[in-house]
Structures are given as structure tokens and as C-alpha cells.
Write a protein that binds this ligand. Structure first.
Ligand code: ATP
Length: 262
């Protein structure tokens, strides 16, 4: 695995990675979880899906992951092939396996031997700051460290797109801030694309360059915002007037979307 330090191209110049076109998802014949979703995802985007409970954020992620199929519409990959890694809210680690064995899992599922990919595993652990814990078991790690293992596992095969479903929601605020910052650095190093589900206006503004604001009943995209602030972003950005103003804009958009709920 080669670590690249390539910056994503500016918004508007990025090649298309995948497209969600006119997607509906209906459960049980009458629950319209997602209505007419349209979204173009470009290489290098950091997109947050921001919205209240029940607006279809997880449904959208599961559709993109191919864990289920749309009722109507399509999800098309520019390369013709979906290459994704997924990080869930819970780290979902195998308790009986070491950290490196957990990170090995996606390769094992592809039939690769550990020896063949050991270097990739160790580089992924290094990138999340856990190279010294390769032989530890999940029970020996803090919540934040377990989440780092989960992130290493999602990126070890170098997927084009990493899907993250509220990965830091269960962590304390200090750990969450640290992981937010580390995630941005990591994304830059591996030149990946991220779709990140969150309830938090603050987290979405800190991380993303595009925020897709969603509304509920039925779940749908209400509007899209661009966060026009340069990366790298750190604590100076988090405490800036610019960040406060961007949070205000996103919060207003979210409240407007919730007000539109039928
Ligand atoms: N498997 C399912 N069967 C029936 N209804 C479902 C199913 N999955 C989701 N729904 C419904 O679809 C709607 C959207 O759910 P989804 O979990 O995608 O929302 P969400 O925005 O991710 O919510 P949260 O933030 O609470 O996780 C909700 O009304 C939910 O109850």
C-alpha cells in the first residue's frame, strides 16, 4: 500500500465516482424511507448526510453499500464497480481476535493470506496510530481506539469510497474532536472519498466540503450546502468565527428542512 499525499481537486473539478439517480426505498409496502434521492459523489469529496432521526440517512448508506436494493431508481459507479469500506456506529470488532486479525478480515474474505497483506495491515494500523497495539485484543482498548481499529479495517483494502454511519456518536466530546481531526488527516493521506452520516451540525461543518441536509417523513434530500473552508482543518478552525458562521448556516438549513416535514 502506497501512501499518497495528493490533495483532492477543488470542488467542481473532481471526476465523478458514483451517482444516485431518482432513488426511492419503500419498506413493507408503505414506509417511504427515501424519496427521489439524487446525489453525485465525486472523487475526493467529504460528504455529510445531516438530518433528524428517520430521514433515511442509514437507508441511503445501506443502499450505497449494496446491502439492499432501491425500490426505484439506480446507483451507478463510474468505474462500473463498487469499492467501499464501511464504518458503523459500533466498532463491531471480533472480541476473540487481535487488532491485526480484525483489520485482516476484509482481505480474509477475499481469500488473501495474512502474510501476503501483512504490510498493508501494518500500514493501516500505523495510519490510525495503533501500530503498537497490533497484538492487543479489543477488550484492552478504549472506545476511541476500537473505533480507530474499525477505521483501519474499512480502509485497509484502499476502497475508493468509505461510508461512515455516525461512527463517533457514542464517544465523549474530546475523543470525538480528536478523531474528527485525525479522520481528516487520514482522508488526505489515503486520498479517499467519504460519505459520513451524522446528526451533528458541528461535526458535519468541521469535516465536510459538502453537506446534504435531509428531511423526514418521507426521507428525502432537502438541500445541499458547500462548506467553503480550506483543509487542513484543526482546532483553530473549530474556534474561528468562520466556523461559527458556517454552523449557523447549516443549522438554519436543517431547521428549515425539519419545518418542511409534512
Ligand atoms: N428495515 C426496515 N423496515 C421498515 N422500516 C424501516 C427499515 N429501515 C428503516 N425503516 C424506516 O425508514 C425510515 C428511515 O430510516 P433510517 O434508519 O434510514 O433513518 P435515519 O435517518 O438513519 O435515522 P437515525 O438517525 O435514527 O438512525 C424510518 O421511518 C424507519 O423507521
Amino acid at each position: 500500500m502506497v501512501v499518497t499525499w495528493r490533495r483532492p481537486k477543488p470542488l467542481g473539478e473532481r471526476p465523478k465516482l458514483m451517482e444516485i439517480a431518482g432513488v426511492d426505498k419503500v419498506f413493507g409496502g408503505d414506509v417511504l424511507a427515501l424519496q427521489e434521492m439524487n446525489l453525485v459523489v465525486n472523487e475526493g469529496d467529504f460528504i455529510s448526510l445531516l438530518g433528524p432521526s428517520g430521514c433515511g440517512k442509514s437507508t441511503a448508506l445501506r443502499l450505497i453499500a449494496g446491502l439492499m436494493h432501491p425500490t426505484r431508481g439506480q446507483i451507478a459507479w463510474a468505474s462500473g464497480e463498487a469499492e467501499i469500506g464501511v464504518v458503523f456506529q459500533e466498532p463491531t470488532l471480533m472480541p476473540w481476535a487481535t487488532v491485526e486479525q480484525n483489520v485482516y478480515l476484509p482481505f480474509r474474505l477475499k481469500g488473501r493470506s495474512f502474510a501476503e497483506v501483512a504490510q498493508d495491515i501494518h500500514l493501516a494500523l500505523k495510519l490510525v496510530g495503533l501500530e503498537a497495539f497490533a497484538k492487543s485484543y479489543p477488550r484492552e482498548l478504549s472506545g476511541g481506539m476500537k473505533m480507530r481499529v474499525s477505521i483501519a479495517r474499512a480502509m485497509v483494502t484502499r476502497p475508493k469510497l468509505i461510508l461512515m454511519d455516525e461512527p463517533f456518536a457514542a464517544l465523549d466530546e474530546i475523543t470525538r474532536h480528536k478523531l474528527n481531526k485525525d479522520l481528516l488527516e487520514l482522508k488526505e493521506k489515503i486520498a479517499s472519498t467519504v460519505i459520513f452520516v451524522t446528526h451533528s451540525v458541528f461535526e458535519s461543518v468541521f469535516l465536510s466540503d459538502r453537506i446534504v441536509v435531509m428531511a423526514a417523513r418521507p426521507g428525502r434530500v432537502a438541500r445541499e450546502l458547500t462548506v467553503d473552508a480550506p483543509y487542513p482543518r484543526g482546532e483553530a478552525f473549530r474556534t474561528s468565527a468562520e466556523y461559527a458562521a458556517l454552523c449557523r448556516t447549516a443549522s438554519d438549513a436543517l431547521h428549515a428542512a425539519m419545518g418542511e416535514t409534512a
